[in-house]
Design a protein around this ligand. Sequence first.
Ligand code: ATP
Length: 234
Amino acid sequence: MIEISGLTKSHGGRPAIQDVTFSVAPGRVTGFLGPNGAGKSSTLRILLGLDRADAGTALVSGRPYRKLRNPLRTVGSLLEGSGAHRSRTARAHLSWVARSNGIPPSRVNEVLEETGLAGAARKRVGAYSLGMGQRLGIATALLGRPDVLILDEPVNGLDPDGIRWIRHLLRDYAEDGHIVLLSSHLMSEMAETADDLVIISAGRVITTGPLTEVTAGHPSLEEAFFALTSGSRP
Ligand SMILES: Nc1ncnc2c1ncn2[C@@H]1O[C@H](COP(=O)(O)OP(=O)(O)OP(=O)(O)O)[C@@H](O)[C@H]1O
């Protein structure tokens, strides 16, 4: 499980998130949906131990990320790009991450195949398109066969084929009993991909629940979203 409770964080005195509380169950794709600046990245950065909360807790499998024994084998994540150095090849990057996290080297070829990068594995990352960089970030997230996948805006830069590919990948990963949390500001994408939703606006969670319940009584997720957030947007 992912369990986030009362998470609060300000930047320079301005609240980025306030009392954010939700949980994410295994076996389902959970979409973390909100407009630009709503607080999605702030929440995910704290969840991944990259930032500290002013108040509240964010637990993965019962522990804060920083206390996990084998973080990359428990949580695979994608935040802002692949994290690979531009002068490295994808294979060199993945091999280095595998080596430094006790992951068998055989996983490198497997994730290169899984993400469609096998043919570009010897190319320098600096020459990659935006979509290839996203695929490499996802390959890195998958390397440790984690129980939990946390992806911030994973379809950024992907073409329609790439979007279809990631949609299937996330669905299969969840169906295997894993936890999948992805953030997006794209409502049409969420409507296609998520089973459960957490909607955030202006730093506060507006609603959580199955997609079908959140959209009940509305012609589309977009309409539901605007009805739910009309009082909270700045
Ligand atoms: N390091 C920072 N310093 C100052 N303000 C920040 C910082 N990080 C986030 N913020 C502010 O906190 C608020 C929430 O931002 P955040 O990036 O979490 O939103 P988001 O939902 O991820 O948006 P986006 O979809 O644009 O990525 C915004 O007002 C943003 O300007």
